[in-house]
Design a protein. Structure first.
Length: 130
């Protein structure tokens, strides 16, 4: 049996480390892809309520526009007093809006409520969609 050289030991260690890193990355990527793929069973519930004097609504969307049909909002549209609040679903399942972009919340309803809180009585203006 040949003697184990330093070069051979380092090459073997590097190959094992690369294999472990690839396996870990593949497992993490699969888990992230699974959580990012919205299925009908994890789609948010529709809502229509008055929150702090403002009417907030949310429902599945199926429009063909820039943001319709599930582009950013995961196939869900949110409105504050009839004006669309642009929302986006993150890979981890949390939601953000154009108003509270850096404060993820668990549901579109929570995003609408957070927007009402941030607006402090101001009107939500339509967001241009080029």
């Amino acid at each position: 049996m040949p003697e184990l050289s330093r070069r051979r030991a380092l090459t073997t260690a590097a190959a094992l480390a690369a294999t472990a890193a690839t396996a870990t990355a593949a497992a993490t990527g699969t888990a992230a892809a699974h959580s990012a793929n919205a299925t009908p069973s994890d789609s948010p519930d529709a809502f229509d309520e008055v929150y702090k004097g403002r009417r907030i609504q949310g429902r599945p969307s199926s429009g063909g526009g820039h943001h319709g049909g599930g582009h950013h909002g995961g196939g869900f549209a949110v409105y504050v007093d009839g004006v669309e609040l642009h929302v986006m679903r993150n890979a981890d399942g949390s939601w953000i809006s154009v108003i509270s972009h850096y404060a993820p919340v668990p549901t579109p309803r929570a995003a609408a409520r957070a927007a009402v809180d941030e607006l402090q009585g101001a009107r939500l203006l339509p967001f241009p969609t080029n």
